[in-house]
Design a protein around this ligand. Structure first.
Ligand SMILES: Cc1cc2nc3c(=O)[nH]c(=O)nc-3n(C[C@H](O)[C@H](O)[C@H](O)COP(=O)(O)O)c2cc1C
Length: 238
């Protein structure tokens, strides 16, 4: 082999190794982007039940806004049932949910502020309806902070947990224009009523809370500017 061709072989090897290293680094980077965030706790919820011993008529008749709760834990099965009633998937083929949604665009998000729930660390969780799972957003009991955001309404810190509904208006206004904003409020009403009725069926107490400071709630949920808190529902044993 001549000196010239030896240089070409060495250069070719260096370039090939360089490309290989670049490709490997790129792969690691791509994998990192698509890997689930292992620092965030994912909670598998028990399957929700589609049956109970109470009729729809009884639940409607018994529904009341309840603001006093016992200092007792809720179970993960009860949490599962409540978030399912809020936004659970009821048609897995089409992805339709338990509450009606304008154009099936699903602008609502559901969060749990857990304080006293068996087998669930106190913290803020976001409900994933498709997988029926919770993802931890923040650790620690945020009920007192949420109560402060809700103009110090005691029910919010006395419930074992609270559901917070938020809405992303763009999901609906992209199709329906400004009118889409009112649709999001209507949907929050549908979902909240579902939670009320589910609470009756589980013999739990809840109320809707519309009086709160948006910015403080946004901070607790760690949400972006385009996601708006709509309703807080503290829930506990009667
Ligand atoms: C849009 C809206 C906002 C509400 N906000 C609050 C609130 O901030 N705090 C509260 O204790 N109850 C709140 N409520 C609950 C009402 O006070 C309650 O529905 C009303 O007193 C009737 O009682 P009932 O729900 O037991 O039938 C709200 C209800 C609605 C529909």
């Amino acid at each position: 082999m001549t000196k010239h061709s030896a240089i070409i072989v060495i250069l070719t090897i260096i370039i090939a190794v360089g490309i290989g290293v670049c490709f490997m680094l790129l792969r690691v980077n791509m994998n990192q982007e698509f890997e689930p965030d292992l620092n965030k706790e994912i909670i598998n919820l028990p399957e929700p039940s589609t049956d109970s011993s109470i009729s729809v008529e009884q639940a409607l008749f018994l529904r009341r806004s309840i603001r006093d709760y016992k200092d007792e834990p809720l179970t993960l099965a009860e949490v599962s049932q409540l978030v399912w009633a809020a936004q659970g998937i009821t048609d897995t083929q089409k992805g339709f949910r338990i509450a009606p949604s304008a154009g099936a665009l699903y602008p609502l998000e559901v969060y749990i502020i857990a304080g006293n729930v068996s087998n669930l660390s106190p913290g803020v969780y976001k409900y994933n309806p498709l997988e029926h799972k919770l993802k931890q957003i923040a650790a620690g009991d945020k009920r007192t902070e949420l109560c402060d955001a809700a103009l110090s309404q005691n029910a919010v810190k006395e419930g074992a947990m609270a559901i917070v509904f938020t809405g992303v208006y763009e999901r609906t206004t992209e199709k329906y224009g400004e009118r889409g904003i009112r649709y999001v409020y209507m949907e929050a009403g549908h979902s909240a009523q579902n939670v009320y009725l589910q609470a009756v069926s589980l013999n739990l107490g809840t109320t809707v809370i519309g009086a709160f400071e948006d910015q403080k709630v946004k901070k607790i949920l760690n949400i972006q500017d385009n996601e708006h808190p709509l309703y807080i529902m503290p829930i506990g044993r009667k």
